[in-house]
Design a protein around this ligand. Structure first.
Ligand SMILES: *[C@@H]1O[C@H](CO)[C@@H](O)[C@H](O)[C@H]1NC(C)=O
Length: 312
């Protein structure tokens, strides 16, 4: 693909989160520390689920896959932010920008389907407990995961197909710290009104639809638990509130970026921090520290590791 044929802009410049040097230095340290925690936390979750055979069930496999996607989402943006803050050079090439948009939508689409799969898993576990093992079989789990990757891919290709041929002739400043569609197409030297509408329709309505679907299904599960037993409610409530927290944190920024793409103040970039730094660190915390099985598995894992060290 020869982009220079269409465009004279070969790179974009991020305006970043702040122009003040002390704030930038704070952001540098802050992002670096959180990023290391994200890497550690999510790898711990993945490792525990893979190594502990007692966690080999669809709920934990989906959780480990969610950790993997979260890790990829923050790796897509945070190291570049840290690097940019360190060097003071916040440029990104045209090609890298397009790749970032593609991967962002690919992973975002995947994560949405995965969150639906997790809600489905909880629905079957709580509302149809006798059929849980037959319905949420390893095969179902694999089908759901493949579905997530395929849908993420189709969504991303569909988004980018509309924008790769846009001409760019400057300006090239993006008031954010990563490339995403609304700000990207605003820079094109063409009338992008229809395109903005399509992008909003695609990403905005998909995220709004998925969000409503998830919230309605969690309310349905809660009502079912409430009607059928009084004892199970508190346990279900604590599991489901963890899921609902993640859903709200993940979708909140999406609404800011797509459903209301150009607010008077560029709030969208601050909200995006939630998706790249806050949700990825909260997932391991919410799902592990509040989950007894996960904590026990980690304890078994650490005692196995210590045991190995003592008797090699
Ligand atoms: C994702 O889930 C599958 C089970 O369907 C599992 O085998 C795999 O290890 C999981 N991936 C990660 C990164 O945990």
């Amino acid at each position: 693909m020869n982009k220079t044929h269409y465009s004279s802009v070969s790179e974009f410049v991020f305006l970043g989160l702040s122009t003040s040097r002390p704030v930038q230095q704070f952001l540098l340290v802050f992002s670096l520390v959180i990023f290391l925690m994200i890497v550690l936390g999510n790898f711990l979750v993945i490792l525990t689920v893979i190594l502990d055979s007692r966690l080999h069930s669809s709920m934990y496999f989906l959780l480990a896959n969610l950790s993997f996607i979260d890790f990829c989402l923050s790796t897509l943006t945070v190291p570049k932010v840290v690097y940019d803050l360190h060097t003071g050079n916040q440029a990104i090439s045209f090609r890298e920008c397009v790749i970032q948009i593609f991967v962002l939508h690919f992973l975002g689409g995947c994560e949405m389907v995965l969150l639906i799969a997790m809600a489905l898993d909880r629905y079957v576990a709580i509302c149809k407990p006798l059929h849980y093992l037959t319905i949420m079989s390893p095969r179902t789990c694999t089908v759901l995961l493949c579905g997530a990757w395929v849908i993420g891919f189709i969504h991303s290709v569909a988004q980018l197909a509309f924008v790769v041929h846009l001409p760019f002739c400057g300006p090239n400043e993006i008031d954010s710290f990563f490339c995403d569609l609304p700000r990207f197409i605003k820079l094109a030297c063409a009338d992008t009104y229809v395109l903005e509408f399509i992008i909003t329709a695609n990403s905005g309505f998909i995220s709004l639809g998925t969000f409503l679907l998830l919230i309605i299904s969690y309310i349905y599960i809660l009502v079912t638990v409430w009607k059928h037993s009084s004892g199970g409610l508190s346990k279900a409530l604590s599991t489901l509130s963890a899921h609902i927290t993640v859903v709200v944190l993940f979708f909140g920024p999406c609404f800011f970026v797509y459903v209301w793409p150009f607010p008077p103040v560029p709030l969208d970039k601050y909200f995006a921090i939630l998706d790249f730094l806050v949700t990825p660190i909260l997932n391991p915390i919410i799902y592990t520290l509040r989950n007894k099985d996960m904590m026990m598995a980690m304890r078994r894992l650490s005692s196995r590791v210590l045991h190995l060290k003592r008797n090699p």
